[in-house]
Design a protein around this ligand. Structure first.
Ligand code: PEP
Length: 259
């Protein structure tokens, strides 16, 4: 059975001390809820150790709470000034890494081939890859969004074997027109795309594998829209940007995932 997950992507926001307070506030309340879903915190790299310290202090379960990074090198070590290797991240307690976020694809020119290499390096370190896909507005308006997303998945993931894949990959469908814009895909639009993505995965790896892979929705998720989005059969939770920066707003999204 696939996991229900809420992942918070803080992007380049908050100071480390603010991040520590945020995680402590979220954990105190979410631990008391005793839900069975998973929560992933993806702070900036400079905050990872402080966040991990709070998670350790509060003795969170490793199954239900994970530390994630927003980026990692496709290399394991060496002369790569400014980069951080998956192994270094793993060493400080990071379990998963976001790959293919639209901001990295567009602003930092990460190509499908670059993403493929990152996926491979992460999996070689037994880390989990949160793989993002999603179309820009023009593609949606041209009604070419299905082919667009299928190609993104094909280009960077189809070289993988299906065995054990649900423990290695989390997918996140993030329509670019809904990221940070306040516009959310409707529950119908999200479900249509998520069901399509699952059919793409099933065609490649079989339905047993596809049924076990969590597919998160991302794009202006907040307390007000999360429950409706998460009630869709193929939406297994959310990748949350803006609303993950405030403890109450993030908790509202976590609470919407109650099964
Ligand atoms: C994101 O960047 O992954 C995201 C979904 O951001 P927001 O929730 O702010 O739209």
């Amino acid at each position: 059975m696939r996991n229900k997950i809420v992942a918070g992507n803080w992007k380049m926001n908050l100071m480390p001390s603010e991040g520590e307070v945020l995680v402590r506030d979220v954990l105190k309340e979410s631990l008391a809820l005793k839900y069975n879903q998973s929560v992933i915190f993806c702070p900036p790299a400079t905050h990872l150790m402080a966040v991990k310290k709070v998670m350790t202090e509060l003795e969170v379960s490793e199954t239900n709470y994970m530390l994630g990074a927003q980026n990692a090198s496709h290399k394991l070590s060496g002369a790569h000034t400014g980069e951080i290797s998956p192994e270094m991240l793993k060493n400080i307690g990071v379990r998963c890494v976001i790959v293919g976020h639209s901001e990295r694809r567009s602003m930092y020119h990460e190509s499908p081939e670059d993403l493929k290499k990152k996926v491979d390096t992460l999996l070689s370190e037994n880390m989990i890859c949160i793989f993002c896909c999603g179309e820009p507005l023009a593609v949606r308006e041209a009604e070419a969004h299905m082919e667009y997303v299928e190609k993104q998945i094909e280009e960077s993931l189809f070289h993988l074997k299906g065995e054990g894949l649900s423990n290695k990959i989390i997918l996140a469908y993030e329509p670019i027109w809904a990221i940070g814009t306040g516009k959310t895909a409707s529950a119908e639009q999200a479900e249509e795309m998520h069901a399509f993505i699952r059919s793409v995965l099933a065609k490649k790896w079989g339905s047993d594998v596809a049924d076990d892979i969590s597919i998160l929705y991302g794009g202006s998720v907040k307390g007000e829209n999360a429950a409706e989005l998460f009630s869709c059969e193929n939406v297994d939770g959310g990748l949350v940007g803006g609303a993950s920066l405030n403890p109450n707003a993030f908790l509202d999204v976590i609470k919407a995932l109650k099964d």
